[in-house]
Design a protein around this ligand. Structure first.
Ligand code: 6PG
Length: 244
């Protein structure tokens, strides 16, 4: 496991450069980089920077294929939609000749389980993973204050789903329905990149990185068996309680 700590003011810039390097390292080895996007507020500034004039030409985006690591079952134009956030922060800033492929979930599916199954089939088809778990090159993940990641929430049996690629879940407090990649797919990625910023995350960052709770308590701890391919990108505030 690698822990990278950045000054808060330079967090987005540093993590963006790390992600750009990872995409280009991937594209040196293979023709397509499969990238699972995180939702939430932290990655928004990264997506903006990735599509900024100074950075956007550093990657041949036509060879990057984006999926949502998790998504809310709301209309794509809804401000809660992670796809909508990615459109507003990244896609709307780059010209047509740079456009990567981005696959939203089908928010018009009859229900969340149908949406999850359809997204699983789409991922299998696009990533030639008919008979095996898909292997994302980059799995970008956030960390909730309750220890969730993607839409795998504490005390939800979905945390231990290993057969499915995507699963339909319900947010424990606001009740929104969501589609999430499962822990087996998340841990099957070549590179897991966790992002966490700000003082409010300091306590959960310490629990998840240095504690010994089971993933049912803190789902972000699914990284432990694959710590060798996991990078934690923190700022000085969110890392402030870690043992030096
Ligand atoms: C989502 C995310 C979720 C998020 C964390 C952290 O759809 O909400 O995927 O897992 O990454 O809740 O969110 P912040 O970056 O807003 O703290």
């Amino acid at each position: 496991m690698s822990i990278k700590i950045f000054e808060s003011a330079n967090f987005a810039e540093n993590v963006t450069d790390l992600i750009l390097d990872l995409i280009n390292d991937t594209l040196e080895k293979k023709t397509t980089c499969y990238f699972a996007l995180s939702g939430g507020s932290t990655p928004g500034e990264l997506y903006k920077l990735l599509s900024s004039v100074s950075k956007v030409e550093l990657v041949d985006w036509k060879n990057v294929v984006f999926f949502l690591g998790d998504e809310r079952f709301v209309p794509l134009e809804d401000k809660r939609s992670n796809y909508n956030m990615f459109c507003n922060t990244f896609l709307s800033n780059i010209s047509a000749n740079f456009l990567p492929k981005v696959f939203p979930i089908n928010v018009n599916a009859s229900n969340i389980d149908v949406a999850a199954k359809e997204y699983s089939e789409l991922i299998k088809e696009q990533m030639n993973a008919k008979d095996s778990l898909p292997v994302f090159d980059i799995m970008l993940l956030g960390l909730g204050e309750d220890g969730h990641t993607a839409s795998l929430f504490p005390n939800d049996p979905a945390v231990y789903e290993t057969k499915k690629i995507c699963i339909g879940v319900k947010h424990p407090t606001d009740g929104t329905q969501r589609v999430s990649l499962t822990s087996s797919v998340i841990c099957n990625a070549r590179n897991l990149i966790f992002l966490s910023k700000g003082k409010a995350k300091a306590s959960i960052v310490k629990e998840v990185i240095e504690g010994d709770a089971y993933p049912i308590t803190y789902p972000s701890r699914i990284f432990v068996p694959v710590a060798d391919k996991t990078t934690w990108c923190l700022d000085t505030e969110s890392s402030s309680l870690l043992s030096k």
